[in-house]
Design a protein around this ligand. Structure first.
Ligand SMILES: [Fe+2]
Length: 266
């Protein structure tokens, strides 16, 4: 539990997760830290997640529930804006059903964590936290990784950007990167994601894959995700994952990817 939550929270922090919270002056995670700090007398923000969980396991009460209420982020475009690459029907279902489901289940898991001191219950929530927290994080990045044609979608990064220089250094050229990402995504057994990510330890770009909704965390900062869950393409592309992966590049928002890269380097 502690490892899983620590990895997930690190991923949230590295990916600007708090930007997807709404209706609070501080992120829920920050508030969790404050709750923990009040219990232990620490200065706010100084406790680790391990310490927070340890405190929860011995001192949390139902009356101290954090009442976490993470919100589904709005899409930055209309549901039909990515047509014909991705149909309006897929986008609406993907956003309002699948992503909303991850948000709902994540809120349920977090509120249970913050309202019980029953350790077996806390431990049993590990997979739900990874799956739904990862699902929320992954899709929140995905929506901004895409853009309509004419509004940034498919517009290649300019040669003088840090992202393009890194792509050329690590992969040779952009078309090679696309080909390698498609190969990685096509090879995922079942459901999962292929990512272009920054390995912060080695200061280089890498292509990584994750099963299910496992988020890209640890030494990596996710920059561009390819969602190869069937819910992302099956209504339109049926079993032809390769066609979906070929077309998706028409709507990749490279400006967003470049911004994420520059922020990760800072
Ligand atoms: Fe998805």
């Amino acid at each position: 539990m502690q490892l899983g939550l620590r990895l997930l929270v690190n991923g949230w922090k590295q990916s600007g997760f708090q930007h997807f919270h709404q209706g609070r002056s501080a992120s829920s995670l920050e508030q969790v830290r404050c709750v923990h700090s009040l219990r232990t007398g620490e200065a706010a923000g100084s406790g680790t997640v391990d310490e927070t969980l340890r405190a929860l396991s011995v001192s949390a009460t139902a009356s101290a529930s954090a009442n976490v209420n993470i919100q589904l982020p709005d899409l930055p475009y209309d549901y039909d804006a990515l047509e014909p690459v991705i149909s309006s029907e897929i986008m609406r279902l993907h956003h309002t059903k699948h992503h909303q489901g991850y948000v709902n289940n994540l809120n349920n898991a977090l509120n249970t964590i913050h309202s019980t001191d029953h350790v077996p219950t806390l431990v049993s929530l590990q997979s739900a936290l990874i799956f739904n927290g990862g699902g929320h994080l992954n899709h929140s990045i995905l929506w901004t990784n895409l853009a309509p044609v004419g509004k940034g979608g498919g517009e290649l990064p300019s040669k003088d950007t840090a992202l393009m220089k890194a792509i050329e250094n690590n992969f040779g050229d952009l078309s090679t990167l696309m080909s390698l990402m498609n190969t990685a995504a096509a090879g995922i057994q079942g459901s999962g994601w292929a990512w272009l990510a920054l390995n912060r330890n080695l200061r280089r770009l890498e292509i990584v894959t994750r099963p299910n909704q496992d988020p890209v965390v640890g030494a990596y900062t996710p920059l561009l995700g390819l969602d190869v869950w069937e819910h992302a393409y099956y209504i339109q592309y049926k079993n032809d994952r390769a066609a979906y992966l070929k077309n998706i590049w028409q709507i990749v928002h490279w400006k967003d990817v470049a911004n994420r890269y520059e922020a990760a380097l800072a």
